[in-house]
Design a protein around this ligand. Structure first.
Ligand SMILES: [Zn+2]
Length: 234
């Protein structure tokens, strides 16, 4: 029972620390700070992928230029079509050829227009993101300062509680403390509570009789539902 008293006393004091920690974790200053932090952490990857996209588009443009040069070369072929025709060549053959060249040029123009649009879009996306990164770096610094100030404002109180806890902790059995800290880390809090009738004091689920029987004589059980530690004074 003395061990239980110790952990309960520890938990009672720890509750104040837990509350302060949760306040810090949920404060606007931290949210703001985390927002910029996350953005700055993911921005380099986004910039990289835009650079890769730009390189791909550049390669596509080179490919298109090559195609255009080839087309130009075949178009030269039509320069002396007059001569060919006067020497009795089949006019419909050249008409078809010219028609297909016109179609190729149309497609080329459409491809080029789409490519230019893509390049422009990627470029402006990159520049926009760069600007955002620069702005976020300053905002991050500001947010970090503000969050630091909030933390500092609670620091004295937290240190005081920690000091108190360091004195009480000596009475708590090591194994019990280990379980307690583990659950606390998972934000299961409060961790330990006295059974209410036959039910868990936290979630009201009724542990099976076999488990409850272990409670007599100072034993503890873990609630199957909310995983908190239950004890009984009887
Ligand atoms: Zn429970």
């Amino acid at each position: 029972m003395a061990q239980l008293q110790a952990i309960l006393k520890y938990q009672e004091t720890d509750a104040k620390l837990y509350k302060l920690e949760r306040e810090l974790a949920g404060c606007e200053e931290r949210k703001e700070y985390m927002k910029y932090k996350k953005f700055l952490e993911t921005a380099p990857e986004k910039l990289d992928s835009l650079e890769v996209k730009a390189a791909t588009l550049k390669a596509e443009a080179a490919e298109l230029t090559k195609k255009y040069e080839q087309m130009e070369e075949t178009l030269q072929y039509f320069d002396n079509v007059d001569e060919l025709l006067t020497s009795g060549a089949d006019i419909s053959f050249y008409q078809k050829k010219a028609q297909s060249k016109v179609e190729q040029l149309r497609k080329f123009k459409a491809d080029l227009t789409a490519l230019i649009a893509s390049i422009k879009e990627t470029d402006s996306e990159y520049k926009k993101l760069k600007k955002q990164v620069i702005a976020a770096q300053n905002q991050y610094k500001e947010a970090a300062e503000k969050y630091k100030a909030v933390k500092a404002s609670k620091d004295g109180e937290m240190k005081e509680i920690e000091k108190e806890l360091s004195l009480i902790v000596k009475e708590v059995p090591e194994r019990m403390l280990e379980v307690y800290q583990m659950k606390r880390k998972e934000r299961v809090f409060p961790v330990v509570g006295e059974i209410v009738g036959t039910r868990c004091p936290f979630c009201s689920m009724e542990p099976p009789l076999a488990a409850r029987n272990k409670l007599t004589g100072g034993g503890t059980i873990e609630c199957d539902n909310c995983h908190r530690i239950i004890f009984s004074k009887e």
